[in-house]
Design a protein. Structure first.
Length: 177
């Protein structure tokens, strides 16, 4: 008489336990792979935003430095809710920089006519603060990164210090080159 149970070598297919283990292992590998791809996309987006913020800061610093170096006068207004504004008198035109949240707006007017409007917007959360240094006749722009931790101090990301009317003083011969 033949035995009712076959030996393992004679059976065909897989047991339910073997299939469950294979599916669990395959699912685990897939979840790890999908998580890594998701993080890679997040890191790529973060790197792109940081690069764009660098470009925005360098464009803003170039324009602000050029305006301040040829400015006859500069007034810094620290508004409560509207943010800060910097008014410059440049070649007979009025240039106004307005800082709000992570955006800097530059408006240039000649009389009542708008000459140019520019907007510099940061992708990452930033705090922008303008300070006038009276002793050196300079304006300082500090850009800080906003962190999600309320108890920690926000780190300084970039800082820029510019002299008011520096190019005009060179042109007038007030400063030797």
């Amino acid at each position: 008489m033949k035995s009712l149970t076959r030996s393992r070598t004679a059976r065909r297919g897989f047991t339910l336990r073997e299939l469950s283990i294979a599916i669990a292992l395959g699912s685990s590998v897939m979840m790890v792979a999908v998580g890594l791809v998701h993080h890679a996309f997040d890191w790529s987006t973060l790197a792109r935003h940081r690069r764009l913020d660098d470009q925005t800061f360098f464009q803003l610093s170039r324009q602000l430095r050029n305006d301040l170096h040829i400015a006859n006068q500069a007034e810094l207004d620290s508004g409560d809710t509207a943010g800060q504004s910097l008014r410059l008198s440049v070649n007979g035109n009025e240039v106004v920089y307005t800082l709000m949240d992570r955006t800097v707006t530059r408006n240039e007017r000649s009389g009542d006519d708008v000459v140019r409007n520019e907007v510099y917007r940061f992708k990452r959360p930033r705090t922008l603060v303008l300070t006038r240094l009276e002793t050196d006749n300079q304006i300082q722009l500090d850009v800080k990164t906003i962190t999600p931790f309320a108890e920690s101090e926000t780190p300084l990301w970039r800082s820029l210090r510019m002299s008011i009317g520096l190019r005009l003083r060179h042109q007038n011969g007030d400063i030797a080159s």
